[in-house]
Design a protein around this ligand. Structure first.
Ligand code: ADP
Length: 258
């Protein structure tokens, strides 16, 4: 009987190992598929503006452009596409460095009120000549958090940058403390994000309307993936809620430094 028990236990253990191995293989397949999709996206996003630049340069070289206005338009487009490429390469560099863990956070214990006042006072000036209204629901919560101020500003810049692109008339900022976490909410009154894609919004290269977002907003689809990496690097998280036709609200959630 003792022998039979041991065999039984061994079989159970073996079965568990088999299930774990199967899970690992499936996980590896998933990672590999994701990697391939990423490479395909990067290749596509690099090639598109390059092909267009090549087309315009060849047209100029072939003497197709006869008048100064068209020539200026072509040069303007080449410059826009070059900027788009530069932006994409910058984002890619930040994103991959973070994926590889090759970035350091210089964490400091900082008063959130001081940090947010400095950031938003500066932003407020930028909005002075914008048709959009930046509504700051002050006073901002004054508590201590452990952050890298440079990276923290990068998180805010990305979210505010998006809100600026999509808002119709205003962007509102709130702060609150929930369960020993500081929450910063950035709400816009844009068209919102469809519910069925909301789960993918932080995926690298994801854009709701790729052609339009790339062309009109100059996006790379990496901004929110970078924001997610950065907030998680601060032991925090980023959440989004959205209502179509009404707007989108991003919540940056960072633990307090107690
Ligand atoms: P990018 O770096 O190109 O700005 P993001 O990763 O920041 O890309 O955003 C991905 C996509 O999410 C955008 O292309 C856009 O479709 C959508 N999005 C992000 N923020 C908003 C917002 N505030 N309102 C509506 N759509 C948004």
């Amino acid at each position: 009987y003792k022998g039979a028990n041991e065999i039984g236990e061994f079989c159970q253990e073996f079965d568990k190992m088999r299930v774990r191995l199967k899970d690992t293989i499936l996980e590896q397949h998933e990672i590999e598929k994701r990697r391939k999709r990423l490479i395909a996206s990067i290749t596509h996003d690099l090639r598109t503006p390059l092909t267009s630049i090549q087309g315009y340069v060849e047209a100029i070289q072939d003497g197709i452009v006869k008048d100064q206005t068209t020539f200026d338009q072509y040069i303007e487009t080449i410059l826009t596409k070059t900027n788009q490429l530069n932006h994409l390469i910058d984002d890619l560099s930040v994103y991959t460095k973070q994926e590889l863990g090759e970035f350091t956070l210089n964490l400091e214990r900082i008063n959130s009120g001081v940090l947010l006042n400095a950031y938003f006072n500066h932003k407020f000036m930028e909005f002075k000549y914008s048709p959009l209204n930046l509504v700051l629901n002050k006073p901002f919560i004054s508590t201590f958090i452990l952050v890298d101020p440079y990276r923290f500003n990068q998180i805010l810049d990305n979210i505010i940058g998006n809100a600026t692109k999509y808002a119709k008339s205003k962007i509102e900022i709130w702060t609150k403390v929930v369960d020993y976490h500081l929450q910063i909410q950035i709400k816009d009154d844009g068209d919102g994000i469809p519910q069925d894609v909301l789960d993918h919004i932080f995926d690298p290269f994801f854009m709701v309307n790729k052609v339009k977002d790339q062309k009109e907003k100059g996006g790379s689809g990496l901004g929110l993936a970078i924001v997610k990496q950065l907030t998680e690097g601060h032991s925090g998280k980023i959440e989004v809620t959205s209502e179509e036709g009404k707007g989108t609200c991003f919540t940056i959630d960072i633990p307090l430094d107690r």
